[in-house]
Design a protein around this ligand. Structure first.
Ligand code: CAA
Length: 256
C-alpha cells in the first residue's frame, strides 16, 4: 500500500500522483521508492502504454525532503545508497510524461528531468536551490542540465540556485510545452493518449535509440538505431501500419 503517492489507470495511461501537498511534495526516501515501484509496475503492465507523473496544484515537487537529510553523514548516505532508486527510472521502457504545476526544484526538478517529456504551467518554477543549503544536486541535476544547456549556462543556474520560469525552461529546450496552469493535466493526458495510440514497440525502440545518442558515439548510436529498426519488422504492428497505409485506412496497433 502506497502512503505518499496515488496511482490509477485511465484507459491505457498509468497515472502517478505525488501526494504530500502540505510539504509541496518534498521527496522523502519512501516516496521515491513508491514512485519507482509504481513506475516499474506500470512498465510491466501490458494494459499500460504511457505513464504520467503529476504533482499537486502548488508543486510538482519542491525537492528532496530537507528534514530527512539534515542529520545525514557521508557514511549514512553511502550505506543507504539513496540514488540507486533514481537509477531505476532510466530503465523504464515506456514513455513517461511529467505534468508540472508550481515548483519543480532540486530533486523535484531532477524527477521531471528523468521523465521523457515535460508539460508545464506558464507559472511553473524550475531550479536547483541546493547550493543555498550548502550542498549540490545529487540525483543527476548537474548532468541533465549540462547536456541540455552546455557548461556555461548549467554552471550559472546551478551556482546561483535561482528559479527559472517556464518560458526560460522552454526557450532552453528543457520542457516541451507550456499551458495555462488549469490545463496542465488535461494537456498532458491528451498527449499521453495520443502517444498511447502509436505502435508501442516503435515507441520503445525510439526511446532506447534517442537516449543512446546521449551516452554513446554517433557510430554506436547508428548501429543500435539500425538494429532497432530491423527489430520493428518482427512486430505485427509493422505489418498493420504498412498494410493500413496501402489500404488507405487508419492503423490499429496492438503492441505485438
Ligand atoms: N523539504 C522539506 N519540506 C519542504 C521542502 C523540502 N524540500 N520544501 C517545502 N517544504 C515544506 C516547508 O517546510 C513548509 O512546511 P511547514 O508548512 O510545515 O512550515 C511547506 O513545505 C510549505 O513551504 P513554504 O512555507 O516554504 O512555502 P513557500 O511558498 O513560502 O515557498 C519554496 C516555497 C520556495 C518551494 C520553499 O518551500 C523552498 O525553498 N523549499 C525548499 C526547496 C529546496 O531547497 N529544494 C532542494 C532540496 S535538496 C535536494 O533536492 C537534493 C537533491 O538533489 C536530491
Amino acid at each position: 500500500m502506497n502512503k505518499y503517492i496515488q496511482s490509477y489507470i485511465d484507459e491505457s495511461v498509468g497515472i502517478i500522483q505525488l501526494n504530500r501537498p502540505k510539504v509541496l511534495n518534498a521527496l522523502n526516501r519512501k516516496m521515491v521508492e513508491e514512485i519507482v515501484g509504481q513506475l516499474e509496475m506500470f512498465d510491466r503492465d501490458p494494459s499500460v502504454r504511457v505513464i504520467v507523473l503529476r504533482g499537486s496544484e502548488q508543486a510538482f515537487a519542491a525537492g528532496a525532503d530537507i528534514d530527512e537529510m539534515i542529520e545525514e553523514t557521508p557514511l549514512t548516505l553511502e550505506l543507504a545508497n539513496p540514488f540507486a532508486e533514481w537509477d531505476k527510472i532510466s530503465l523504464i521502457k515506456k514513455p513517461i510524461l511529467a505534468a508540472v504545476n508550481g515548483f519543480a526544484l532540486g530533486g523535484g526538478f531532477e524527477l521531471a528531468l528523468h521523465c521523457d517529456l515535460i508539460i508545464a504551467a506558464d507559472d511553473a518554477r524550475f531550479g536547483f536551490p541546493e547550493v543555498k543549503l550548502g550542498v549540490m544536486p545529487g540525483a543527476g541535476g548537474t548532468q541533465f542540465l549540462t547536456k541540455a544547456l552546455g557548461t556555461k549556462k548549467a554552471l550559472e543556474w546551478i551556482w546561483l540556485g535561482e528559479q527559472m520560469s517556464a518560458s526560460v525552461a522552454f526557450e532552453n529546450g528543457i520542457i516541451n510545452r507550456i499551458v495555462a496552469r488549469e490545463l496542465v493535466v488535461e494537456e498532458t493526458m491528451r498527449l499521453a493518449h495520443q502517444l498511447a495510440k502509436q505502435p508501442p514497440i516503435s515507441i520503445r525502440m525510439i526511446k532506447e535509440a534517442v537516449y543512446t545518442a546521449l551516452d554513446e558515439s554517433l557510430k554506436e548510436g547508428k548501429t543500435l538505431e539500425r538494429k532497432n529498426f530491423y527489430l520493428t519488422f518482427a512486430s505485427e504492428d509493422q505489418k498493420e501500419g504498412m498494410q493500413a497505409f496501402s489500404e488507405k485506412r487508419p492503423p490499429s496497433f496492438k503492441g505485438v
